[in-house]
Design a protein around this ligand. Structure first.
Ligand code: ZN
Length: 408
């Protein structure tokens, strides 16, 4: 089989945020990018993709997914690989929309690890996978006591509920030994469901024990946080990224707290993964438009203050894999007035940095792994072109091939 591939005549959007370059050649061999430049000739033995009228970008990275859903009845069932055909909907949806790497933040531990390995070995077609396995939460709190309805199978496989800091350390040690890529904590008082329940929030001494133990293993910590004061405390404890923020808050955030939070995040290089689509799709009558407005203002502020933005969809909770990430990128452009090149860079190079893969992924650059997305049109000018996917290449392998996706 021919494993040299050349993309010719593409508009290059390299993921760094730099302006697009016309008529670029990208050569791929042995799974890596071996040449990039305007007008380069293709190697004689290369399989050719003529990308005239198309753009080539790094494969998209989704920093927040749940492979098995979260149990809402209008989505596929939460569960492990047995209940979800080996997470086929997640894998296929992601690839169809150009997502070549996903970070699972709360899934069945063993199943997510197995599918990660089988995908890496080429036994299953799908994005590269990083996973936290289960998430740390409080018994009766979110999500075990809310969306999962206490389902014992789900709780056993996808939750860790330490009662003491010592319990927490043991559990982190076990997850590290099992081979997770990071640790996920959920700091939620379930206010997004109506009434806040502060007693169901992960205690701070346990959170601190988790962060310390995780970092001792070299594992980053992603924190689901809804309230700005909680986020400030979590960032002070050293979590590596804040997921969501402002979900379901009925009151406007305290601006002084927000200012302190965003300045500290910028100083400590803590990422914000706002999952705006989850706010939008999860909005209820009680928490609707006001939350969205505060959330919107917050993301724009964070960006202006130099906070690193990651991009995550919270699929399945927030819609189908792949599509949901593209929708989130569209919201960054349309609702936050973030320039398309910057939004695309956040979903590629930015997310690669968040995932600790910035040396291997995130840009179209010689030496990097050949994860490429080719779309018809110019997504740096019209972000909706990002959905006009013609080819998806992961590790040099052509996994999606729709050459009929015509340039307009
Ligand atoms: Zn989530």
């Amino acid at each position: 089989m021919n494993d040299t591939l050349a993309v010719l005549h593409a508009r290059l959007i390299d993921g760094s945020g730099a302006p697009a370059v016309e008529d670029t050649t990208v050569v791929v061999a042995d799974g890596r990018i071996t040449a990039v430049g305007p007008g380069l000739a293709a190697p004689a033995d290369a399989q050719i993709i003529d990308a005239t009228g198309h753009s080539v970008l790094p494969g998209l990275i989704d920093a927040h997914v749940h492979l098995g859903g979260l149990g809402f009845t209008h989505h596929p069932p939460f569960g492990g690989r047995a209940a979800t055909d080996d997470y086929k909907a997640a894998r296929d949806g992601a690839l169809a929309y150009g997502v070549t790497t996903q970070r699972s933040l709360g899934d069945f531990l063993n199943d997510a690890l197995e599918v990660r390995e089988e995908t890496a070995a080429g036994l299953l077609a799908g994005p590269r996978l990083l996973t936290s396995g289960p998430s740390f939460q409080v018994e009766g709190g979110h999500p075990n006591g809310t969306v999962w309805g206490g389902d014992p199978t789900t709780v056993a496989a996808a939750a860790r509920m330490p009662r003491t800091p010592a319990d927490a350390v043991t559990m982190v040690d076990q997850l590290a030994a099992a081979g997770v890529d990071l640790i996920k904590v959920i700091i939620s008082d379930s206010a997004f469901l109506g009434e806040p329940h502060p007693e169901l929030k992960l205690p701070w001494n346990i959170t601190e024990a988790i962060v310390t133990a995780a970092h001792a293993h070299g594992l980053p910590v992603a924190a689901h946080v809804e309230d700005p004061e909680d986020a400030l405390r979590a960032v002070q404890l050293g979590v590596d990224d804040i997921e969501h923020l402002l979900v379901g808050r009925a009151e406007p955030p305290n601006q002084a707290v927000l200012d302190e939070l965003l300045d500290l995040m910028a100083a400590q290089a803590t990422y914000l993964v706002p999952t705006m689509i989850a706010h939008q799709r999860g909005a209820t009558a009680a928490t609707d438009a006001r939350t969205l407005r505060y959330g919107s203002r917050l993301v724009a502020q964070a960006h202006e203050r130099g906070v690193r933005l990651g991009v995550g969809s919270d699929a399945h909770t927030a819609g189908m894999h792949g599509w949901a990430l593209q929708h989130e990128i569209g919201m960054m452009v349309h609702d936050q007035a973030i320039a398309p090149l910057k939004a695309l860079s956040a979903a590629t190079l930015g997310n690669a940095g968040l995932l600790g893969l910035g040396d291997r992924l995130g840009t179209v650059e010689v030496g990097k792994l050949a994860d490429l997305l080719i779309v018809a049109g110019r997504p740096d000018q019209d972000i909706s072109d990002l959905a006009r996917v013609s080819h998806v290449i992961k590790g040099g392998q052509l996994l999606v091939n729709h050459p009929e996706q015509k340039a307009s």
